[in-house]
Design a protein around this ligand. Structure first.
Ligand code: PDD
Length: 277
């Protein structure tokens, strides 16, 4: 398999990382996960735009222009003759230098991107998944897709150990998002989700979910809901590039409404299906 780096395409087996790499030592970098369907990127502009926004926020210079980046990402799929459903993982770090917290002088960014298979979670999307709730202990700049994922990893592991798919994160009872997806609640025919502030990642699928809702005439409120609201929710779902639009049918062991995917969630799933195909 081929992997894209900051300079060229390489054989994945030949890619070596220096031990004084700032991604490894500080998590000093940003990343993207881009969905691929039938060998084509989905929501590529949204991901590339967010990548540059994240990099700019932490003052890392992306080694390619946006136009080059689009071309390289296309080439990555072509070189690998990738025609199935998958995901591209791309990360950019500040670079390689003797360990010191401050930005090293004259350092240039390291980048790698590769593509892997990722079948759609069709069965879970049909039946819905369970989630647990966890305090959101992350920093204040969650709109940056940073490599520092330890709080997310801890929360998702807690979910996995509880037999759940995701961890719903809250700050003092107010739901921000999930460990690796955005969270939504449906009540009386309207959708509620945390506003796109610095406290959540502005999901590429979230942008689409809003558009699908508006097109279907479903009110979409960028208004945070609480843990208490979940108890009387009509529906819940989450969204991400890897999980698509996923119904949440159980939270902390309690059913959400009747414990089955709701009609608005299913409508959005259908809209996603049509858009992504
Ligand atoms: N995660 N919120 C968080 C914290 C995320 O990590 C993600 C994506 C999302 C959804 O963003 P998008 O719709 O652009 O995929 C929301 C990716 C999939 C990951 O880290 O694997």
């Amino acid at each position: 398999p081929y992997v894209l780096t900051e300079k060229e395409f390489m054989n994945q087996e030949e890619l070596m990382y220096p031990f004084e790499e700032r991604g490894l030592q500080f998590g000093d970098g940003v990343y993207e996960v881009i969905r691929v369907y039938h060998g084509e990127h989905y929501l590529i502009e949204e991901h590339v735009e967010r990548l540059y926004r994240s990099a700019e926020a932490v003052r890392i210079e992306v080694p390619y222009t946006k136009e080059e980046m689009y071309k390289k990402l296309d080439q990555l799929l072509q070189l690998n003759e990738f025609t199935g459903d998958g995901k591209v993982y791309l990360q950019i770090t500040r670079g390689t230098a003797p360990r010191d917290h401050t930005f090293p002088e004259g350092v240039t960014a390291n980048l790698y991107a590769y593509v892997m298979d990722l079948p759609r979670k069709v069965e879970w999307m049909k039946q819905g998944v369970s989630a647990i709730t966890q305090p959101d202990v992350r920093w204040d700049l969650c709109y940056i897709k940073s490599l520092n994922l330890l709080p997310n990893v801890m929360a998702k592991q807690a979910a996995a150990e509880a037999g759940s798919f995701e961890a719903i994160l809250h700050r003092d009872g107010s739901v921000t998002e999930c460990s690796s997806s955005n969270a939504y609640l449906v009540k009386d025919g309207a959708i509620y989700t945390h506003p796109a502030t610095k406290n959540i990642l502005h999901g590429c699928v979230r942008i689409r979910v809003e558009a699908f809702a508006k097109k279907a005439g479903i009110p979409f409120h960028e208004q945070a809901f609480t843990l208490d609201d979940i108890k009387s929710a009509d529906e819940m779902f989450l969204s991400s590039s890897t999980a698509e639009v996923m119904p949440i049918v159980e939270v902390d062991g309690d059913q959400v409404a009747e414990g089955t995917p709701g009609t608005i969630t299913q409508k959005l799933q259908q809209a996603y299906e049509e858009d992504a195909r």
